[in-house]
Design a protein around this ligand. Structure first.
Ligand code: AR6
Length: 183
């Protein structure tokens, strides 16, 4: 299955790259970011510090992505992206969330990698409503999968609620290029 759901701690996954829901400093935080830094070990923070700043304290603007090794993680790489903070949908949050996922896949392809796991970017501290996020993410990833060479994408859910929400999106979002129902 090129696009599937897994309920897991993302730090345990044996994939080419896991995605981190980071903040613009890339210097760690809570949630999945904290878990990834703990599991990868201190070399991850050192690698993040070495990434260039585009402005003081900004190593990755919202919607962009950066790649580092995975160090002590089972995943070979970490692709750090910064999701939008939910502001009622008034500040291009859906477009920025889409951009996070497209930019992460662009880095994956540039590095010749194939398997990737995404957490529910922006759906924790950043407050993006998870059902809306799931619809955007599934539509974006299906569009990406339809366009280019095959990838193996996992949506990594940390709770049963998140899993059910992403499963609903998988069941209801249309497949680009494929009719909804065969006639
Ligand atoms: N594995 C998979 N998913 C997880 C894990 C885990 N180990 N831990 C949490 N989640 P969040 P955000 C889920 O808050 O909303 C950080 O401080 C979690 O249940 O980690 O993008 C950063 O530094 C939720 O569904 O990311 C930023 O400052 C999802 O991951 C800020 O939080 C994302 O929740 C980013 O906020």
């Amino acid at each position: 299955m090129p696009l599937s759901i897994v309920t897991a701690d993302i730090t345990t996954l044996h994939v080419d790259a896991i995605v981190n829901a980071a903040n613009p400093s890339l210097l760690g935080g809570g949630g999945v970011d904290g878990a990834i830094h703990r599991a990868a070990g201190p070399a991850l923070l050192q690698a993040c510090r070495r990434l260039p700043e585009s402005a003081p304290g900004i190593r990755c603007a919202t919607g962009e992505a950066r790649i580092t090794p995975g160090f002590e993680l089972p995943a070979r790489y970490v692709i750090h992206t910064v999701g939008p903070v939910w502001n009622g949908g008034t500040q291009d949050e859906p477009m920025l969330l889409e951009r996070c996922h497209r930019n992460a896949l662009r880095l994956l392809r540039q590095h010749g990698l194939r398997s990737i796991a995404f957490p529910a970017v922006s759906c924790g501290v950043y407050g993006f409503p998870i059902a809306r996020a799931a619809a955007i993410v599934v539509a974006t990833l299906r569009d990406e999968l339809g366009q280019r060479e095959p990838l193996d994408i996992s949506l990594c859910c940390f709770s049963e609620n998140a899993r059910a929400t992403f499963q609903h999106a998988l069941d209801t979002e249309p497949h680009p290029g494929r009719p909804f129902s065969a006639t």
